[in-house]
Write a protein that binds this ligand. Structure first.
Ligand SMILES: NC(=O)c1ccc[n+]([C@@H]2O[C@H](COP(=O)([O-])OP(=O)(O)OC[C@H]3O[C@@H](n4cnc5c(N)ncnc54)[C@H](OP(=O)(O)O)[C@@H]3O)[C@@H](O)[C@H]2O)c1
Length: 250
C-alpha cells in the first residue's frame, strides 16, 4: 500500500536519500526544508508533483509544523508516516568539536531543541489524525554514537539518546491505537553535508574497525527506513535499529 510520508529536513543529506527511496517504492513524500528551497524543489521536479511536495517549516516551531501537517493533509488527503530526520545546526567535525569543559548549556539546548523539541512538535501535531484512523507510524533517526561515542559529540549524542526514550514512550502509550514508533540509528554516513567535515582519519578508523569494513552509506539507512514504512513492519514497535555495518552490537 502506498503511503504519505513527511520527512523532516529532507532537502539535503540523508533525508533526500530517504525521500528518493520512498518515492521509488511508490509512496507520496513531503520534502520538508528550512533554508534549501532550490534543493527541495529540484527533488520535487525529479520525483514529480503527483508524488512529491516541498514544504518549508522550521522543525523547532510548533506553528510551522502544524502548518506542514495541515498542508500535507490537504494535498495528499492524510499523513500515514512521519520521519524525524532534520539535523539542526550541527556538523560532524572532530577538529572543531568542543571539549566538555568548553561547551555551554546553549550548545546542548540547540541540539535538544533540534532533535527532541522537533520530534515533539511533529508527533503532537500528527498523532490526533493517527488516533482517529487507529493507524500511524513514527520513525526517528538516531545515531550509533549513543552506543559508542567514537568522537564525543556530547550535545548531539545526548539529544539523540533522549530521542530513544521519547520514541519508546510513544510506542508504549500509542500501540493501543495502532501507532508504532521506532528509531533507526545510523553509523557515520559517507557522506552528507554534515559529515563532510569528518576527517579521513576518522572515516578510515571506522572502516577498519567495522565488521563489514565499510563506512555506512545514506542508502543503507534509507533502506531500513523503507522497510519500517512498509506494512511488513507492522508488528515492530519500541525498537532502536542500528545500521552501521556491525560497528556497534546490541
Ligand atoms: N551524517 C551522518 O554522518 C549521520 C550519521 C548518523 C545519523 N545521522 C542523522 O541523519 C539525519 C540527517 O543528517 P544529515 O547528515 O543528512 O544532515 P545534513 O546533511 O546537515 O542535512 C540537514 C537537513 O536538515 C534540515 N534542517 C536543518 N535545520 C532545520 C530546521 N530548523 N527545520 C527543518 N529542517 C532543518 C536541512 O534543511 P535546509 O538545508 O533546507 O535548511 C537539511 O535538509 C540527522 O537526524 C542525523 O542525526 C547523520
Amino acid at each position: 500500500m502506498n503511503k504519505t510520508v513527511i520527512v523532516t529536513g529532507s532537502s539535503r543529506g540523508l533525508g533526500a536519500t530517504i525521500v528518493k527511496t520512498l518515492a521509488q517504492k511508490g509512496h507520496n513524500v513531503v520534502i520538508n526544508y528550512h533554508n534549501s528551497e532550490d534543493a527541495a524543489q529540484r527533488l520535487v521536479d525529479e520525483i514529480g508533483t503527483r508524488q512529491a511536495i516541498a514544504i518549508q517549516a522550521d522543525v523547532t516551531k510548533r506553528n510551522e509544523i502544524d502548518s506542514l501537517v495541515n498542508e500535507t493533509t490537504q494535498y495528499f488527503g492524510q499523513v500515514d508516516v512521519v520521519i524525524n530526520n532534520a539535523l539542526v545546526g550541527f556538523k560532524f567535525d572532530p577538529v572543531q568539536q568542543k571539549a566538555f569543559a568548553d561547551l555551554s548549556w546553549d550548545d546542548y539546548q540547540q541540539q535538544i531543541d533540534g532533535t527532541l523539541k522537533a520530534a515533539f512538535n511533529v508527533c503532537q501535531s500528527v498523532i490526533p489524525q493517527f488516533i482517529q484512523r487507529q493507524k500511524g507510524n513514527i520513525i526517528s533517526i538516531g545515531t550509533n554514537l549513543f552506543q559508542n561515542p567514537v568522537v564525543p559529540y556530547h550535545e548531539y549524542t545526548t539529544a539523540k539518546a533522549g530521542l530513544i526514550g521519547f520514541s519508546r514512550n510513544l510506542a508504549a502509550e500509542l500501540g493501543q491505537y495502532g501507532i508504532t514508533s521506532n528509531v533507526v540509528s545510523g553509523g557515520l554516513l559517507k557522506t552528507t553535508d554534515a559529515s563532510a567535515t569528518t576527517t579521513t582519519e576518522v572515516f578510515d578508523l571506522i572502516a577498519q574497525t567495522t565488521p563489514i569494513k565499510k563506512v555506512t552509506a545514506p542508502q543503507d539507512v534509507a533502506n531500513m527506513v523503507a522497510y519500517l514504512v512498509s506494512d511488513q513492519s507492522n508488528g515492530i514497535t519500541g525498537q532502536n535499529f542500528t545500521v552501521d555495518g556491525g560497528l556497534t552490537m546490541n
